[in-house]
Write a protein that binds this ligand. Structure first.
Ligand SMILES: [Fe+2]
Length: 294
């Protein structure tokens, strides 16, 4: 197992931005010892029925970075999201910073490049991103050292990003009463997801965990922050030492009943391009719908 450079003495300032349309939480993560920050899992707004894209959520984050006088060094994607569109290039255009994702984006690009019948102009080498992280790769945000931890299962390119005592878990885990994310997308695998979750639960108990999604199960208010200790004790899918067999059985049965996310078709086409909207042969922004392709 990879030896990760965990340092919970570093305590970044984390500001959350909840997107009501997609139940996504985006974050500004600031170095306590400098003006440097990162943005994790940004959102571009889409009215899919109208084919209209807007930037209210991203603009709010951009305004906040400016208001606080921060320097954006990184725009991190925990994975290729299937339920919301990334605003990474829009934010980069306004604030700079490097866009980073897991190196297994190549697998995702290959899979969905075929499903969406993208031509040879769609590069499947991850070159749309500025950085492709391997398991254990480190990077800096001001004086902080961050690292990427490879956590496949929900998708092949999922990574948890650990920055001091804060870990951004993407869709690896949900809040304890939400359990875990589905593992039935192309390239997903429930047993692999279980192993990835164990890597997250092996981090120190006091590690803060920040969710990418929350749906307020059983009518509770939206929440996005918990700890490793809390997940170990209370997570309804993996807590209290649930076995891999139990998890796989439950996850597989549950996933068979789930509908596709409402925005999966536009999300994949945009997010596999690091948030760039695809263009047709005349250069107009255009999305496809592959019939019976997913
Ligand atoms: Fe996801």
């Amino acid at each position: 197992m990879t030896d990760y450079p965990v340092d919970i003495s570093v305590k970044p300032d984390v500001e959350a931005f909840f997107d009501e349309a997609t139940n996504t939480i985006s974050y500004i993560v600031k170095d306590p010892n400098s003006d440097a920050c990162a943005i994790v899992d940004s959102v571009m707004d889409i009215d899919y029925a109208a084919g209209r894209i807007t930037y209210d959520h991203a603009d709010a984050m951009i305004a906040r970075v400016k208001e606080r006088g921060l320097t954006l060094e990184w725009i991190i994607e925990t994975h290729v999201h299937a339920d919301h569109l990334s605003a990474a290039p829009y934010i980069q255009d306004k604030l700079g910073g490097k866009i980073g994702i897991g190196s297994k984006i190549l697998v995702v690009q290959d899979t969905f490049g075929k499903i969406f019948n993208e031509g040879t102009e769609f590069q499947r080498d991850g070159s749309q991103f500025d950085a492709l992280f391997e398991d254990g790769d480190t990077y800096t945000i001001g004086t902080m050292q961050a690292f990427a931890m490879y956590t496949p299962g929900h998708t092949p390119a999922c990574m948890v990003h650990v920055i001091g005592d804060a870990a951004f878990v993407g869709d690896t885990l949900f809040m304890p009463d939400g359990g875990s994310a589905r593992a039935d997308f192309p390239g997903g695998d429930a047993a692999t997801l279980y192993d990835s979750i164990q890597k997250v639960l092996a981090l120190p108990d006091e590690m803060r965990l920040f969710m990418c999604h929350d749906y307020g199960p059983n009518g509770r208010d939206i929440q996005w922050e918990t700890t490793v200790g809390d997940e170990k004790a209370h997570n309804i899918h993996v807590g209290q030492g649930k076995t891999k067999d139990e998890f796989v059985k439950f996850r597989t049965e549950r996933d068979a009943q789930l509908d596709m996310p409402k925005l999966i078709i536009p999300s994949l086409q945009v997010n596999m391009r690091a948030g760039e909207v695809p263009k047709d042969k005349d250069g107009r922004p255009m999305l496809k719908v592959p019939l019976n392709g997913l």
